[in-house]
Design a protein around this ligand. Structure first.
Ligand code: FES
Ligand SMILES: [Fe+2]
Length: 422
């Protein structure tokens, strides 16, 4: 699975995290300790943290004049990993042309830094993940670290039946405005749904009866290798994607991209001022540190029981006692432990999307291992542009695939397509 993941570009940091000639940053990706820095010309370099001379950490390095200089013996490396200065040996014994730092390709688009850790000489194109094509001023980007395996985090996004409990377990139909489609998730907490493989991964469509011969649909996706699109938003304007980037086996960086000027997908406050949904897009972070695991950690975590309020849980104000949607998801998936023991699970009919996605990912990883053929979407980044999620109501009797094709055909496309291959 690690080799499989290396075939794809990974969203790794926000552009704003690296300043030209600023401090080198520790970056943990796919179990590798890396250093990221921005050189004097603005280029981003990402490389193994160990200096290829005698392995002192380049974290201690001096970011100066278009390169990172190791403080041990002064060797200097540019953003591509070339050794450009070797001042500790006499000039006639200089062998800097023979030394290279283990550097990975980095790319930047609309405020997001991507890293390619595969072994192709020419990296594949950046994936056309729709929200990542929006200009930086129109894209909301959130990073949040999660203390568990990436798949465990990801599976929360494709587990549709938890919504009616974890997030709105305390709600009654009367709590919602009559035009709020979310009320169907409370009206029927055990939806039926379809699941299928799709060119970008897997797709599900949960459905419930709506009024006057209509069906309330909620579509969501898994996209290779670690992306999801959740159903929480009106389909036509729901331009968003969520990446579960493995830092290592036990830690994940969640990267949430969203169309900033889309109309809000949920109405958290009712007209009379009562709180309807405990949404919190502004996360309560600990201060970032320079540690390998020091970026974008929440204040609420296992050590403080995610701030669970037992009184609110008991008196029915908040089903979980945990006050905000993201934190509710964070708490349940972290509470499973770093890597859950799948032998202990009992998957039910409501978990078909999870089972299908595990199988799809395993089959794709095995096919890559056995044939070496490029995994889905690596050379054809366009498949991701056909992937959309969200809810809508359609008259009864429309086949779910037709319903999807119809909605995706008329959906808004706010992001300009990139001009040339990158
Ligand atoms: S260890 Fe980096 S220059 Fe010697
Ligand atoms: Fe959730």
């Amino acid at each position: 699975m690690g080799d499989f993941m290396r075939q794809y570009w990974l969203p790794a940091a926000m552009s704003s995290e690296l300043k030209a000639d600023g401090d080198p940053m520790r970056l943990m990706l796919l179990g590798e300790k890396l250093i990221a820095f921005r050189d004097s010309s603005g280029r981003v370099g990402v490389m193994d943290h160990r200096c290829p001379h005698r392995c002192a950490s380049l974290f201690l390095g001096r970011n100066e004049e278009n390169g990172l200089r190791c403080v041990y013996h002064g060797w200097k490396f540019d953003a591509d990993g070339n050794c450009v200065d070797m001042p500790s040996v006499p000039t006639h014994q200089d062998f800097k042309d023979k030394v290279k730092a283990k550097a990975y390709k980095a790319a930047e688009r609309n405020g997001l830094i991507w890293v390619y850790m595969g072994d192709r000489k020419a990296a594949p194109p950046l994936p056309l993940i729709e929200p990542s094509l929006l200009p930086a001023h129109d894209m909301t980007v959130n990073f949040v670290q999660r203390s568990c395996n990436w798949l465990q985090g990801l599976e929360g996004d494709i587990d549709t039946s938890h919504f009616g409990f974890l997030h709105v377990g305390e709600k009654k139909v009367e709590d919602f405005d009559p035009d709020d489609m979310l009320r169907y998730t409370v009206l029927n907490r055990a939806p039926e749904y379809h699941v299928a493989d799709s060119p970008w991964g897997t797709t599900y469509a949960a459905y419930r009866p709506a009024e006057e011969g209509g069906t309330y649909w909620r579509f969501a996706n898994y996209m290779f290798p670690f992306w999801t699109q959740t159903p929480q938003g009106e389909f036509a304007t729901h331009v968003g994607a969520r990446a579960w980037v493995p830092m290592d086996d036990n830690n994940t960086m969640f990267v949430h991209l969203h169309w900033a000027s889309a109309k809000p997908s949920v109405k958290p406050i009712k007209k009379d001022g009562t709180v309807l949904l405990h949404v919190n897009r502004v996360h309560d972070y600990q201060p970032n540190t320079t540690d390998w695991y020091g970026r974008w950690r929440l204040k609420r975590n296992e050590a403080n029981d995610w701030g669970i309020d037992r009184e609110a849980q008991r008196d029915g104000r908040i089903f979980t006692g945990i006050n905000n949607i993201h934190l509710q998801d964070q708490a349940v998936t972290e509470s499973m432990g770093p890597i859950t023991d799948h032998a202990f699970e009992h998957l039910g009919p409501s978990d078909r999307m999870i089972a299908r996605t595990r199988r799809r990912a395993l089959q794709a990883a095995r096919a890559f291992r056995d044939t070496g053929a490029a995994p889905p979407g690596v050379d054809d980044p366009n498949v991701f542009m056909q992937s959309r999620s969200g809810y809508f109501i359609l008259k009864d009797g429309v086949d779910w695939r037709d319903a999807y094709a119809q909605q995706v055909g008329t959906a808004e496309r706010p992001a300009p397509m990139p001009q040339a291959a990158e």
